[in-house]
Design a protein around this ligand. Sequence first.
Ligand code: DAH
Length: 346
Amino acid sequence: MTADQLDSRLKSIRDEVLAAIAAGQSTDDLESVRVRFTGQKSELKSIMGELRALVPDEKRRIGQLANEVQQAVENALKARREDLHRVELTKRLQEEQIDVSLPGTGRRLGHIHPLTRILEEIIEIFHGMGFTVVDGPEMETEYYNFDALNTPTDHPARDEQDTFYTNAAAGVLLRSQTSTMQIRAMEKTHPPLRIIAPGRVYRNEEVNARKYPLFHQVEGLLIDRNVTFGQLRGTLEEFYRLLFGRELKTRFRPDFFPFTEPSAEADCQCPFCLGEGCRTCGHRGWLEMLGCGMVDPNVLKSVNIDPTVWSGFAFGMGVERIAMLKYGVNDIRYFYNNDLRFLEQF
Ligand code: DAH
């Protein structure tokens, strides 16, 4: 090519490249433009090769032009690269913008169920008095639920706890009381012993505001030498004091349970009106808290503990009942409906 041809070729290459650079939409586009126009196999490179054939004057003129073109392309690439980079960055910043003033999408925190809470409180109180927590099966045999608890087959107290029998095997039922754990504890541990046994119990009851076929009990048992009814009273009063946060009197009403003799219903002075009478205590001034008594010698005999050496007291309370009293709940079904309007009040 002649010098003039090279001159015009260089100028048209320059225009073409600058147009391609201006049209490039990404840094990738720019890279392919760079390779195509200035790479080893590009026309610009081959024009450089042809410079050698020119006379010195023209060589200098065309060489200078080639350098200018090269420089112009490099500058344009650099400027366009920066532009694109800025655009891409601005776009990303806009897309990923975070409004730090928006409320978070954090999880709603739940809390423990009121029954679990009262159960934990009860356990904590007795634990503080040296009682060990024990746990046992909800599916039981008649032996633990009745026979060993001095309640033989023909005993009317069995009908009272009309239970759910299973067809797992003859005489296997859902326990109707946690008193089963008295026997299981004494089979395992020789006296002296102090246990409480919290857990679910089942009774074939019609559902109403006070009754539900499933509920929870906490059983207590203390066996030692020379245990007195006064110690039972002291233990219960300490329980009431810690549960309700004040000293409260106890009232025993004679009752019957097959596994205790004598047996009683223990009431505590109403912590809300201190005996004046209010809605919680039904204007009686007393709250019915639990059943209790001195362990019947027949029960000790059933687990080969000598009743002439050992004696004890036992008690059993309904957890729902205590929760209803303490929290002023008037229908047991609220505990099982899972209605947040109820649960969130605790
Ligand atoms: N198990 C009895 C019930 O479900 C409650 C009870 C009463 C437990 C007296 C005891 C007790 O340990 O001594 O009705």
